[in-house]
Ligand binder design. Structure first.
Ligand SMILES: [Ca+2]
Ligand SMILES: [Ca+2]
Length: 325
């Protein structure tokens, strides 16, 4: 689905006698300038049914279009959005063609050389469990394999992607995780922004990675494997999970730190209060002293007292100034 007026794509499950019809999937608006996977769970039916695909134009404009391809009907459960263990299919992940030189393949470790792919998957820890992999001994140095995920809407709390990767073999190459958005893609950047990277031999083991993504536009994930020089080995992925919040919750407030902050705050408050009280006492005391000193002065100066700043005992009566002059 592309363009500003892509319209709506509806998928129905309709009973053979056409008595019942259920909308199982509806996609609206532009779904980015790429082929996108979509899945829908069908309802259990005891009677025969057919699948009806309906394209609804949004208007008379020709600025858009709808197409679909590669329909698969399986008895497997639909994987929850953002999660894939690769046990039944690639879920919403797709290989990209044209811009790269190789594909990610789905497979198991059963009956193959452990250099070409992992002996066990991560989900089941067995040779019958599935993962996706690239055999690094096939192809040439610098070959790339792109794997693209579904579109996620921006979230205030971000997104956390967690995945398990298996990188084995000398000079195996580099595995990168990017995110991309429509604007960046249409500007010619097919891989987008780099968010995570790992290179070289990590041994015969599955390793976990978690990356928090905060992006304010709809985006998708892109895994890119870049083949190393003369490698013998493989790169594999399993159990990818994407959730709409950041990977690590905010660290809890340290009660000791809180106590320290309270102590410091109280200390500062008490010190300031003490300084204010002492200042007021000193001020009152100095005022009283001024009055007493002034009382002791010559009573003939009383006429001039009004001209003396009583708050400042250093002020000299006007008479004294004039007499000195
Ligand atoms: Ca490819
Ligand atoms: Ca698996």
């Amino acid at each position: 689905m592309y363009g500003n007026n892509a319209g709506t794509l509806n998928i129905y499950q309709r009973s053979a006698d056409e008595a019942k019809e259920m909308l199982v999937l509806s996609l609206s608006g532009a779904q980015f300038p790429l082929w996108r996977p979509a899945q829908a769970a069908l309802l259990p039916r005891s009677q025969p049914y057919r699948i009806v695909v309906e394209g609804v134009l949004s208007g008379p404009s020709e600025e858009g279009g709808i197409a679909f391809d590669d329909v698969h009907l399986t008895e497997a459960h639909c994987s929850p959005p953002g999660h894939c263990d690769f046990e039944t299919n690639l879920c919403s992940w797709i290989n990209m063609g044209q811009i790269d030189q190789a594909d990610w393949l789905r497979g198991t470790g059963a009956g193959v050389e452990s250099t070409t792919r992992p002996p066990v998957d991560h989900t089941t820890n067995s040779s019958s469990g599935y993962y996706i992999y690239v055999d690094s001994s096939v192809g040439q140095w610098g070959d790339q394999s792109f794997l693209i995920g579904e579109v996620f809407q921006p979230s205030n709390r971000g997104h956390c992607i967690t995945f398990w990767y298996h990188m084995y073999g000398e000079h195996v190459g580099t595995l990168r995780l990017h995110i991309n958005d429509r604007r960046t893609y249409e500007a010619g950047n097919v891989e987008g922004m780099l968010k995570w990277e790992e290179s070289g031999n990590k041994g015969k083991q599955w390793k976990e990675a978690s990356v928090t993504i905060k992006h304010n536009e709809p985006f998708w994930f892109v895994f890119v494997y870049l083949k190393g020089q003369n490698p013998v080995g493989h790169v594999a992925l399993d159990d990818i999970s994407i959730v709409p919040f950041s990977c690590y919750s905010e660290p809890p407030i340290d009660p000791d730190a809180k106590h320290d902050a309270l102590t410091i705050g109280l200390g500062v408050s008490f010190t300031m209060l003490a300084v204010i009280i002492i200042s007021v006492v000193l001020f009152i005391f100095s005022r009283k002293r001024c009055y007493k000193e002034n009382d002791l002065m010559n009573s003939e100066l009383l006429d001039h007292i009004s001209a003396i700043d009583l708050s400042d005992c250093n002020s000299v009566p006007l008479d004294a100034n004039t007499s000195n002059a």
